[in-house]
Design a protein around this ligand. Structure first.
Ligand code: K7E
Ligand code: CUA
Length: 664
C-alpha cells in the first residue's frame, strides 16, 4: 500500500539534494511497472538445472565479488579480493597474507566497484575477471577456473583507483585512473595549493598474462577527478576514453565548487601514440613505491614483490597523446558502443546525453578544431566531435550499456529509471522505472563488441520497501529486466551482497566447463606439503614449531600433539590430501586469534597460532565432510615455558610402521 508514497519520498529527497529542476513524472510510460504474465516462469530455473549466465557483481565496501546465476538471481559464491575472509582464511592463512600487502603494510579491506571480464578480440572470453580496489588503488585478477583471486597490483601516484579496471580488446592493458588528484610524488604540501601541486594519473597496466601485471606507463594529467573509462574498439581500437569532473580544481566543498562549469571533459587517450613516445624515450622513470602480489599456481603460496619505479609520461612531451572532449556536466560513465564509433557520456547533472563520434574526433584533430589547450592537452570543439544528443532522456544519467541491436540503455539515478534509446537517431524508445536510484546497469557483454543482450540487470542504491526490513540497513538490490522485446519488462528483484556497483555477465557455457575440480597433490610445491601420513612431522626450531599434518575423511594426522610450550609460535601446515571435487576440510583451533583454514582438495594452508595459556586445546574440521565429520578432531597440549614434555604427534600404527621400515 505504501509503495507509491515511499517512492515519491525518495524521489523528492534526491531532487532537493541535487538541486535540479523539477521533473515531471507525467512523461513516464509506466510500461513494465508491474510484473506481469510469465515473469515467474522466465526466471524459474528448475531444481537441478543451471542458470544461463554467470553474473559477477562487485561488492562495493565489502571488498569482494559475488557470483550469481541469471536469470534466477541465485547467489553462487562470494570471492574475497581485497578483504580478509574468515570463511576460508583468505588473508589470514600464511599462504594468502601476502596478497593484501601494500606499500602501506597489510591493507585487509577495500572498496570494489568495477568487475571486468577479460576479452579476446573485444568479446568476453571467460578466462579472468578483473576488479578494482577504490580506496588504496589496486587491481586484481580472479581466475575463472578456480574463482579465486590470484594477483593484485597496487597503483602508485594515485588515490582512489575508480576508473578501473576496464580492458582493451585483448587485455593488452587494463587501466586505473586516479579519482582523487594528489601531489605526484605525494609530499607534504598545503591543501590549498591544490591547483599548483595536485595531479591526476592514468595508468596502463599490462594484463594479458597471469602473474605478470605490470604498469607499462602512467600519463600525468591535470588535477581533476578521473571517474570512469572505456577502451575504444573496432575503428577506435588504440584509444581509451576517461571521464573527468572537477575541472574547476576545487579542493573543498566539491558538491558546490566542482559543479560550476557547464562542461567538464572526456580525456581521449591515444595509447598507441603513448607507446611510441615511451619507446622513443619521451617518458621518465620516476621513483615510486608499490607492490605486486601473486599466487604461485603450483605452491599456491602468495608472493609480494616491492616495485620501486614507474614510467611517467607528460603529455607536454608527447604531442597527440591526449585530447579533451568537452562534455556536460560532471560526467560519470563513459561507454563505447559495440561498433566502436560512439562514445556516450553520462553527465550526472546534465539534462541530455551527449554522444561523441570517433570519426569526427579524428577529423577534428586533423582540422585542429581546438578551443584551447590545457597543460599541453588540446581541447576539441564540442560541436566538432558531437555525433548527437539524446534530448530530455531523464534526470541524472550515469551509465550506458548496449544490446548489440542498435540500442543503448542508460541508468538515471535521480529519476530512478532505465531509458532505452536508439543509436544514430538518438530518440528515446522506452523507459522503465527501477526501485530505486539505480547506479550501474549491466547487459551480458554490454560493454563489449558482442553483447548477448537478453537481460539487463539494474543495480540500485536504495531499496526501502522492497524486502523484509533488516534494521537500519536494508538489503542492497538488483533487478532483472527482460530486454528481448521492444518493451523492457521487469522480471525479478534479488538482494545482493555488499553494495554492487558494476557487474559483468557471461554465458555459463564459456566458464563452467573450465571449472577446476581440485588441485593436484602431486603437483603441489608448497614447501610444507604433506602428501601422506608418512610425510607428517613436527619440528622445533628455537621457539618455532612446525606441524606438518594431513586432512582426509575423517581424520587429521597427527591428531594428538604434545611438546608445545608457552612462548612458542606454532604453525599448522595442513594438506587436504583428497583428490576429489568439492571434498573440503576445515581446520580451527580453540582460542586462536586468527580465522579458520578452509582446505580445498590438494592444497596446503598454514595457520599461525601463539598460545597464551597452558592447557589442552581441541582442533576440529569445520566443513561437514562425511558421516564421521564430527569425529574429525584432535588435541594439542600446551605446557609451561620450562616444561620438559617431548615433542610428539600421533599417527596411525600402519603409517608409523611404514615409516620405521623406511628408516631402517
Ligand atoms: Cu557509478 Cu563507482 Cu562505477 Cu558506483 S560507480 S554506481
Ligand atoms: Cu573434514 Cu569435516
Amino acid at each position: 500500500m505504501s509503495r507509491p508514497i515511499q517512492r515519491k519520498a525518495v524521489f523528492a529527497t534526491v531532487l532537493t539534494l541535487a538541486a535540479v529542476v523539477i521533473y515531471a513524472c507525467a512523461g513516464r510510460s509506466g510500461s513494465g511497472n508491474l510484473v506481469t504474465g510469465d515473469a515467474a516462469q522466465r526466471v524459474y530455473v528448475a531444481p537441478g538445472h543451471y542458470d544461463e549466465f554467470y553474473a559477477f557483481l562487485s561488492g562495493g565496501y565489502n571488498g569482494q565479488v559475488s557470483v550469481y546465476g541469471l536469470p534466477s538471481g541465485r547467489m553462487l559464491k562470494n570471492i574475497p579480493v581485497f578483504s580478509q575472509n574468515p570463511e576460508n582464511g583468505y588473508g589470514y592463512s600464511e599462504e594468502t597474507k601476502a596478497m593484501l600487502t601494500t606499500s602501506y603494510g597489510q591493507v585487509p579491506w577495500d572498496d570494489t566497484h568495477h568487475t571486468e571480464l577479460s576479452q579476446t578480440d573485444g568479446v568476453p572470453d571467460g578466462r579472468w575477471l578483473f576488479i578494482n580496489g577504490n580506496n588504496t588503488p589496486r587491481i586484481a585478477r580472479i581466475d575463472l577456473g578456480t574463482f579465486e583471486t590470484v594477483e593484485i597490483l597496487e597503483i602508485p601516484n594515485a588515490a582512489g583507483g575508480h576508473a578501473s579496471p576496464f580492458t582493451t580488446p585483448n587485455n593488452k592493458y587494463v587501466v586505473s585512473a586516479t579519482r582523487f588528484s594528489v601531489p605526484v610524488p605525494n609530499t607534504d604540501v598545503a591543501i590549498d595549493t591544490y591547483q599548483k601541486n595536485f595531479k591526476g594519473t592514468l595508468s596502463f597496466i599490462k594484463a594479458n598474462e597471469a602473474g605478470k601485471f605490470d604498469i607499462a606507463f602512467q600519463i600525468l594529467m591535470p588535477g581533476y577527478n578521473y571517474d570512469l573509462g572505456h577502451a575504444g574498439k573496432g575503428p577506435s581500437d588504440g584509444w581509451f576514453f576517461f571521464t573527468s569532473y572537477n575541472s574547476e580544481q576545487a579542493n573543498t566543498k566539491l558538491e558546490e565548487n566542482a559543479s560550476k562549469n557547464d562542461k567538464d571533459f572526456i580525456a581521449a587517450v591515444n595509447y598507441a601514440r603513448a607507446e611510441q613516445c615511451v619507446a622513443g624515450g619521451k617518458a621518465k622513470s620516476v621513483p615510486a613505491s608499490y607492490r605486486h602480489n601473486f599466487m604461485d599456481d603450483k605452491s599456491r603460496v602468495a608472493v609480494s614483490e616491492a616495485k620501486t619505479s614507474v614510467t611517467l609520461l607528460d603529455p607536454k612531451d608527447c604531442d597527440g597523446v591526449v585530447y579533451y572532449l568537452p562534455t556536460p556536466k560532471s560526467p560519470h560513465g563513459v561507454d563505447v558502443d559495440p561498433t566502436g564509433q560512439y562514445i556516450v557520456a553520462g553527465g550526472k547533472l546534465a539534462s541530455l546525453i551527449p554522444v561523441h563520434s570517433f570519426d569526427k574526433l579524428v577529423k577534428a584533430i586533423a582540422d585542429k578544431a581546438f578551443e584551447t589547450e590545457i597543460d599541453g592537452i588540446p581541447v576539441l570543439k564540442y560541436e566538432a566531435v558531437l555525433a548527437g544528443e539524446v534530448q530530455k532522456p531523464g534526470l541524472g544519467p550515469l551509465h550506458t550499456e548496449f544490446d548489440g541491436k542498435g540500442y543503448a540503455y542508460t541508468s538515471f539515478f535521480i529519476s530512478s529509471e532505465v531509458v532505452k534509446w536508439k543509436l544514430g537517431t538518438w530518440e528515446v524508445v522506452d523507459r522503465i522505472p527501477t526501485y530505486y536510484s539505480i547506479g550501474h546497469l549491466m547487459i551480458p557483454g554490454g560493454d563489449s563488441k558482442k553483447p548477448w543482450g537478453k537481460y539487463l540487470v539494474a543495480m540500485n542504491k536504495i531499496t526501502k520497501d522492497r524486502y523484509l526490513p533488516t534494521g537500519p540497513e536494508m538489503a542492497q538490490s538488483a533487478q532483472l529486466i527482460d530486454i528481448s522485446g521492444d518493451k523492457m519488462r521487469l522480471l525479478l528483484d534479488f538482494p545482493t551482497f555488499g553494495e554492487p556497483h558494476y557487474a559483468q555477465a557471461i554465458p555459463a557455457e564459456l566458464v563452467k566447463n573450465k571449472s577446476q575440480r581440485f588441485y593436484s597433490l602431486a603437483g603441489n610445491t608448497n614447501p610444507w606439503v604433506t602428501r601422506s601420513e608418512k610425510e607428517t612431522g613436527i619440528t622445533r626450531n628455537g621457539k618455532r614449531i612446525d606441524i606438518k599434518a594431513i586432512a582426509i575423511r575423517s581424520h587429521f594426522a597427527p591428531d594428538n600433539i604434545e611438546g608445545v610450550k608457552l612462548g612458542d609460535t606454532v604453525y599448522f601446515h595442513i594438506t587436504n590430501i583428497e583428490q576429489d571435487w568439492d571434498i573440503m576440510h576445515g581446520f580451527a583451533v580453540l582460542g586462536n586469534t586468527n580465522a579458520e583454514l578452509l582446505l580445498q582438495p590438494g592444497e596446503t594452508r598454514t595457520l599461525k597460532w601463539v598460545p597464551t595459556r597452558a592447557g589442552v586445546y581441541p582442533f576440529y574440521c569445520t566443513d561437514f565432510c562425511s558421516a564421521l565429520h564430527q569425529e574429525m578432531q584432535g588435541y594439542i597440549r600446551v605446557s609451561g615455558a620450562n616444561a620438559t614434555v617431548a615433542l610428539s604427534g600421533t599417527i596411525s600404527k600402519k603409517a608409523s610402521a611404514q615409516l620405521s621400515a623406511q628408516q631402517k
